[in-house]
Design a protein around this ligand. Structure first.
Ligand code: APR
Length: 274
């Protein structure tokens, strides 16, 4: 059971803020059935990141790496957004000063946003227009459903099942025929500088940084709440466990994202002070 006083405190902080940054990690998708990386059942407990999620691993054995990403694409493709994704999508659609930054590559924030847009268009008989691109997540670590060419760098959406039976069957570039790789950021790789810049800008200007379901161990993502704090904002955390970010948070809620976020983000915008 989570602490109702803590939720109330966090709700008041969020309710009086205009600029909100939400930073999510694997925990936000746990209730959708997507495995996290570092918990007791985390992927990195049974798989070695250096064999599956580094550029060296891909050069050494692209078939093995594609098999792993194909498996994850299939598994995640069958998952649905949970109540936390839905609450976040509604907040970012409804508040033009809210930004979502995610480390997740599972596409569930995007799916929740698409569904929230359809719902809004259906109930109001209008299109939300530009608010959709503004509400789209800033994806720090790429996407399971995109590929990048190892030669010409062409990037494209790709939701197909992966045939990783042999190296010859792996996905190839439609433009130059070279081997494709998953368009994700691996250990030892730099984040896209423009993406990182926009995430840092959002962190620096946020009055509240709401951190949901991340172990806070992977940088630069884990540094974003510190930027908010360094610029005079506050950090609120929702996690089932304490993390290194707990000590920088003014409010830390122990609970599952799918249970906590709907009530936390049901903010009455009429109470926002201009
Ligand atoms: N609700 C809230 N938090 C949860 C829930 C839940 N239902 N379930 C788990 N958590 C928390 C865990 O306590 C943990 O702190 O989510 C966090 C998940 O941590 P990680 O598995 O380390 O995931 P993340 O922080 O997103 O990892 C960062 O590491 O391997 C890389 O690129 C990968 O983007 C990933 C990055």
């Amino acid at each position: 059971m989570h602490d109702l006083h803590e939720i109330d405190h966090a709700r008041r902080l969020l309710g009086s803020a205009r600029r909100i940054l939400i930073l999510t990690g694997a925990g936000v998708s746990a209730e959708s059935g997507v495995p996290t990386f570092r918990g007791p059942d985390g992927l990195w407990k049974t798989h070695r990141p250096e064999e599956l999620a580094t550029p060296e691993a891909f050069r050494a054995d692209p078939r093995l790496v594609w098999e792993w990403y194909g498996f994850r694409r299939e598994r995640v493709g069958a998952c649905r957004p949970n109540a936390a994704h839905v609450a976040i999508a509604r907040l970012t659609l409804g508040n033009e000063d809210a930004r979502l930054v995610t480390q997740n590559v599972d596409g569930l924030h995007e799916l929740a946003l698409e569904e929230a847009v359809l719902e809004e268009a259906g109930s109001e008989g209008m299109s939300p227009g530009g608010s959709v691109s503004r509400a789209a997540p800033i994806r720090l670590h790429g996407s399971l459903f995109r590929t990048r060419c190892t030669r010409c760098d062409d990037r494209t959406s790709d939701r197909h099942p992966v045939d990783a039976n042999s190296e010859a069957s792996l996905p190839r570039c439609r433009k130059c025929g070279a081997l494709l790789r998953p368009d994700v950021v691996w250990f030892g790789e730099q984040l896209d500088p423009e993406i990182l810049q926009s995430a840092m800008g959002a962190a620096e200007t946020a009055e509240v940084c709401l951190v949901v379901g991340t172990s806070g161990l992977v940088h630069p993502a884990a540094s974003l709440p510190l930027l908010t704090r360094g610029s005079g904002g506050v950090v609120v955390e929702v996690n089932t466990e304490p993390t290194p970010l707990t000590e920088v948070a003014v409010s830390s809620i122990r609970g599952r994202a799918g249970q906590v976020l709907p009530s936390l983000l049901a903010v009455d915008r009429n109470h926002v002070v201009d």
